[in-house]
Design a protein around this ligand. Structure first.
Ligand code: ZN
Length: 228
C-alpha cells in the first residue's frame, strides 16, 4: 500500500511548503527516533548525502568535496538538529521568587537559528519573551538556551513559538508568558517568491497577556531592533 506522502500530488506537496502548514504542536517524531546512536545516524546520513551529491553530478573524489558528506551528516545530527533529542534539552532550573518580583520581566533579541521543515533552509531572526513571575523565577540565560534548543530542529515558526511558550509556562508554573518571534525564512527570500525583505512575526501568549494593557507594556518595552 502506498503511504500518504506518495499518494499526495507533487503540486500539493509544494503547496504545503509554500504555505507553511503545520499539523501539530509536537514535532512529529518516529517512535524509533532515538534507537540509533548519534554516531550511527551520522554514518547513515553520510552515505545518503554522498548519494545525493553524486546524483547531482558531483565528483566526490575531488579533495574539496570528499569530506562534505561527513561534515554534512555531523552538522545535521550534532548541530542544526540537536534539539530533536529530548536528552539534549537544557536543564531549566527555576528558583523561588524570593524578592517577590511581580512585574514583567523581558528578555529580548534572543537569537533564532532554526530551519524550516518544508525546505530545510534556515530561519533566522529574534525572539522576545516576557513573563510575570508567580512563585518561580528562571535564570535569564536559561530562556536563551531553551529558545536555542527548540530552534534546533526542523520547524515551522508558529510551532516554535508555541513550544517555547508551553515549556516556559510549565517551568515557571504560570500562564503569564508571552513569546514573539520575528524571523526571515530563506525559503521565502532565496527561492520561490524570492522576497528579500519580508519577515514573519508570530505571537503566542497566555494569562495576563490576554489583557491588551500587558501586551502594550511588553511591545512598548521592546527596543527598535524588533523589526530585524
Ligand atoms: Zn520553507
Amino acid at each position: 500500500m502506498k503511504n500518504a506522502v506518495e499518494k499526495m500530488e507533487k503540486e500539493q506537496l509544494e503547496l504545503i511548503g509554500d504555505n507553511h502548514i503545520s499539523t501539530n504542536v509536537e514535532t512529529p517524531l518516529r517512535h524509533d527516533a532515538f534507537v540509533k546512536s548519534d554516531q550511527q545516524k551520522i554514518e547513515a546520513i553520510q552515505k545518503y548525502f554522498a548519494k545525493i551529491m553524486e546524483e547531482l553530478g558531483l565528483d566526490l573524489t575531488d579533495d574539496s568535496l570528499s569530506g562534505t558528506p561527513y561534515r554534512f551528516a555531523k552538522m545535521y545530527v550534532k548541530e542544526l538538529f540537536y534539539g530533536l533529542d529530548p536528552s539534549k534539552k537544557p536543564k531549566i532550573s527555576t528558583f523561588n521568587n524570593k524578592y517577590g518580583y511581580k512585574k514583567m520581566l523581558i528578555e529580548q533579541n534572543i537569537n533564532i537559528d532554526s530551519a524550516c521543515e518544508h525546505h530545510f533552509l534556515p530561519i533566522v531572526g529574534h525572539a522576545h519573551i516576557a513573563y510575570v513571575p508567580n512563585k518561580k523565577v528562571i535564570g535569564l540565560s536559561k530562556i536563551n538556551r531553551l529558545v536555542d534548543y527548540y530552534s534546533h530542529r526542523p520547524q515551522v515558526q508558529e510551532r516554535l513559538c508555541l513550544q517555547i511558550l508551553k515549556d516556559l509556562q510549565q517551568s515557571l508554573e504560570t500562564n503569564d508568558v508571552i513569546v514573539v518571534i520575528n524571523a526571515k525564512h530563506l525559503c521565502v527570500s532565496s527561492r520561490g517568491i524570492k522576497d528579500k525583505n519580508s519577515f514573519t512575526t508570530t505571537t503566542e501568549y497566555g494569562g495576563v497577556f490576554e489583557d491588551i494593557n500587558y501586551r502594550n507594556e511588553f511591545f512598548g518595552s521592546l527596543s527598535s531592533k524588533i523589526d530585524d
